[in-house]
Design a protein around this ligand. Structure first.
Ligand SMILES: Cc1ncc(COP(=O)(O)O)c(C=O)c1O
Length: 478
């Protein structure tokens, strides 16, 4: 029997390549690729006032839409779908190769050191939770109060956690970290910090913090959930020990994230998911765990999610950081200046001149943030997020609670590579209209969420539960 001459690395990398057989994103970019093509980029949504509008997605920081080229990569993979790991069929070889290739792509994307481990996780929360449980007992862990709950709660649960508070300048952040690490010499120490705030968009000085951490023999963890879609990461050069990220914020669909970093503590830690795939040998009363990523990836892995994440990494690399950040900064500048004209001052920890990613949180005088976000959706077809963005302690410091619990927080508009300038203009015009004329629909709080009274919009039948077959009520909006 002759052995088929298959070049697996090439096959796997072609699965991860973008677009048609002869087209790369670099070629598309050269022809002016921004806004980048997104799945659902031309979606129309119903308005409570009647009719529809093209959906203006200004909620990239929560979950970015899927890049069309990432969908293409998934489409190329799915016909090869089959069991992974120990399957003997040919498609299992393809799955295994695609999964390994995806790991390599993520490793390169963050500029990891040769011996760094890439563990596929569900998301950033999962990655940070895994790491927090792997840090040796007795280690001292330092976080700022300004973190997303994902980078706060797993660390707070440890025995030796030090809260560094909310720094009011960049230098203050460096000074607080330095002072705390200097005093805490001795035990294992870990500083875990966000790369970019999901509330203010401000970029944190991770290179300087890494330098300080290492000066005092500590390790640094970067929560890159918001950083990775916007700013290139070079772990080796910046000397970052660990990075956590989420595919769904980087233009891949939900389901896969990664923890990248030093393998020693991870190889000694209890497995994140005990079960098949994580073990070498199980006896009647004994178990020998694997080391490396498999130790923490028990069960059947999310190969499609990993390949989608890798395809998104490849796409971001090929789109080019400079061109992408020029585009995003132009969107951001317009958003910031427009909001200021409306008197909606963007929330900031460190003042208006700090560099930030394309994300702005604000309040409009006279509006509950939840009600404002509901009106932008119902009356204008604009998607933003409202609330405290899973960063309650930071929001407490930035936007003190109003008398009603529901008024707590802010509205967040966030942009990315598929955002059109027209979407930003639509938001600014809608805010002006709401400020001048008030909402056209009646709103009420329903279990903590603002809804339109007698909302006439129906969700598509494929996802509908209660509304299937029910005729919509008459719109009650003017
Ligand atoms: C800064 C930051 N860290 C962590 C997370 C958690 O990400 P995920 O929900 O994908 O686990 C988020 C999500 O919004 C975030 O913005």
């Amino acid at each position: 029997m002759s052995t088929p001459q298959i070049d697996f690395p090439r096959l796997a990398s072609s699965l991860l390549r973008l677009g048609g057989p002869n087209e790369t994103l670099a070629g598309v970019t050269a022809r002016g690729a921004f806004p980048a093509a997104m799945v659902g980029g031309a979606l129309h949504v119903p308005l409570a006032t009647g009719g529809t509008a093209r959906y203006a997605n200004l909620d990239y920081a929560s979950s970015a839409p899927c890049l069309a080229v990432v969908r293409d990569a998934i489409d190329q993979l799915l016909p090869w779908y089959g069991s992974v790991h120990r399957g003997a069929g040919f498609v299992s070889n393809v799955m295994n190769e695609a999964y390994s290739a995806a790991r390599d792509v993520v490793h390169t994307f963050v500029g990891a050191r040769d011996d760094d481990t890439v563990i596929f996780t569900r998301n950033t929360t999962d990655a940070l939770s895994l790491l927090a449980s792997a840090v040796p007992d007795g280690a001292k862990v330092f976080t700022f109060t300004a973190e997303h709950h994902a980078n706060l709660l797993p660390w707070r649960a440890r025995a030796h956690h030090v809260d560094l508070g909310v720094p009011r300048t960049r230098d203050d952040a460096l000074a607080r970290a330095e002072e705390a690490l200097r005093r805490a010499r001795g035990a294992d120490r870990v500083l875990s910090v966000t790369g970019a705030s999901n509330v203010t968009g401000e970029l944190w000085p991770i290179a300087e913090l890494a330098e300080i951490a290492h000066r005092y023999g500590a390790r640094i963890v970067v929560d890159a959930a918001q950083l990775a879609p916007h700013v290139p990461i070079d772990m080796a050069r910046t000397n970052l020990d660990y990075v956590a990220l989420s595919g769904h914020k980087m233009y891949a669909p939900f389901g896969a994230g990664a923890l990248i970093g030093r393998g020693d503590w991870l190889d000694r830690a209890d497995p994140h998911l005990a079960g098949g795939g994580a073990v070498k040998r199980v006896g009647a009363d004994s178990v020998e765990w694997l080391t490396g990523p498999s130790r923490h990836e028990g069960g059947t892995p999310n190969v499609v999610g990993a390949v989608a994440l890798a395809a998104a990494c490849t796409a971001l690399g090929e789109l080019g950081h400079e061109a992408a950040s020029r585009y995003e900064n132009a969107l951001l500048d317009r958003l910031l200046s427009g909001l200021r004209m409306l008197g909606a001052e963007p929330l900031a920890l460190w003042g208006p001149h700090t560099k930030r990613i394309g994300l702005v949180s604000f309040n409009l005088s006279g509006f509950d943030p939840g009600a404002l976000a509901a009106a932008l959706s119902a009356e204008f077809g604009i998607g933003v997020r409202a609330g405290a963005f899973c960063a309650h302690p930071l929001m407490d410091a930035l936007a003190p609670k109003a008398s009603q619990a529901s008024a707590y927080g802010a509205v967040r508009a966030s942009v990315g590579l598929g955002t059109r300038f027209e979407d930003v203009e639509r938001l600014l015009t809608a805010l002006e209209t709401l400020r001048e004329d008030g909402p056209a629909c009646p709103y009420r709080l329903d279990a903590g969420r603002w809804v339109v009274e007698g909302d006439a919009r129906v969700v598509p039948a494929m996802v509908s539960r209660s509304r299937r077959g029910v005729s919509p009520p008459e719109p009650s909006c003017r």
